[in-house]
Design a protein around this ligand. Structure first.
Ligand code: NDP
Length: 313
């Protein structure tokens, strides 16, 4: 592909990226949006979205992302299926390169690269990746119909995944390191009421075992305490739901990140440490991380970019 020049380059394609595309294209800025490795972002891996205003009966994540994409394209956003691998924000126009060597020259950049699922860091997670280990119940739950699975984590995501899996699997364990679930009240209640979910509190996974695929997990209860207890939990599938890391590695030398890798923005704007580069969505949000808040910051980033372009023309 030839070099591409644009007034607004949007990197990332979740609710933040697409919303930035809708607003920037309606402002006649003809934005270019790079979809990245997971077009549509994390919501393409979720089931029903029930808390996005305007969908009283809920909507499937992939369907909602398709609608946002269609809306961005309708007003003139150019959408490209590539991944940005190199950026130079040292001077304007900014220069970015994608995974196939195309060079993008942009007057402003909106980063909306989202976040990715976190793993425990066990060698066995790598060993059994795709062989019983997954970070996406919606993607892989189907394979575990009438089987026994575990979900690690005690937050809303873990509860959501466990509830989803409980409709397919025979038995679902939740492996929770504390003695309580940190999830919201409504999610906790749903988990408690589901007969085939059993929560294992104060438990940590220290390894997985199995011939050619996961057959179980090595668990330690009360790790490091006098009453520490080790046991093996027979399983067919092992799902991670322990939070996310921002996808900001490619920007680490180009803009300011906080200690967890989230992009630092100048509230209440979406401005980053580099004038003309803006950030929206989960890559800059360690707190709210909702589709609606991501879409909101996508809108703000597009408006910030538009204002920046007007001031610098
Ligand atoms: P959270 O950070 O809320 O929860 C992560 C969970 O994983 C915690 O129980 C945590 O344990 C556990 N955990 C983290 N690291 C480890 C580890 N190394 N070993 C074992 N357990 C670990 O992340 P979520 O992804 O659940 O949620 C993120 C945000 O998104 C939250 O604000 C949540 O409310 C929101 N959300 C909302 C939904 C909805 O409204 N429908 C659905 C999904 C998410 P500990 O408690 O001990 O730290």
């Amino acid at each position: 592909m030839e070099d591409i020049k644009t007034k607004v380059l949007i990197i990332g394609s979740g609710p933040a990226g697409y919303t930035a595309g809708i607003y920037a294209s309606r402002a006649n800025l003809s934005p270019v949006l790079l979809q990245g490795p997971q077009p549509g972002g994390q919501l393409t891996q979720t089931t029903e979205i029930e808390n996005f205003p305007g969908y009283p009966n809920g909507i499937q994540g992939p369907a909602m992302m398709q609608e946002l994409r269609d809306q961005a394209e309708r007003f003139g956003t150019t959408i490209i299926n590539r991944l940005i691998t190199k950026v130079d924000f040292s001077k304007r126009p900014f220069v970015c390169h994608d995974d196939r060597g195309t060079r993008y020259e942009a007057d402003t950049v909106i980063i909306a690269t989202g976040a990715s699922a976190r793993y425990l860091g066990l060698d066995d997670e790598v060993k059994y990746n795709g062989l019983g280990v997954s970070a996406c119940a919606t993607c892989d739950g189907f394979f575990y119909r009438n089987r026994t699975v575990a979900v690690v984590g005690g937050g809303d995501t873990a509860c959501e995944e466990a509830l989803y899996l409980s409709t397919l699997a025979k038995k679902v364990y939740m492996i929770v390191r504390k003695d309580y679930l940190r999830a919201s009240k409504v999610m906790k209640e749903r988990v408690e009421q589901r007969e085939n979910i059993e929560v294992l509190f104060r438990c940590n996974t220290v390894g997985l075992y199995g011939e050619g695929g996961v057959e179980g997990a090595h668990i330690v209860r009360n790790l490091g305490e006098d009453n520490e207890e080790k046991f093996d939990l027979p399983l067919d599938g092992f799902f991670l739901a322990i939070g996310h890391d921002p996808n900001t590695g490619v920007f680490k030398d180009a803009i300011e990140l906080d200690k967890e890798g989230y992009i630092v923005t100048k509230a209440p704007t979406t401005a980053t440490s580099v004038d003309g580069v803006f950030a929206a969505g989960d890559c800059a949000d360690p707190i709210y991380r909702q589709a609606i808040t991501s879409a909101g910051t996508g809108c703000r980033a597009a408006m910030d970019a538009e204002r920046f372009l007007m001031e610098h023309e």
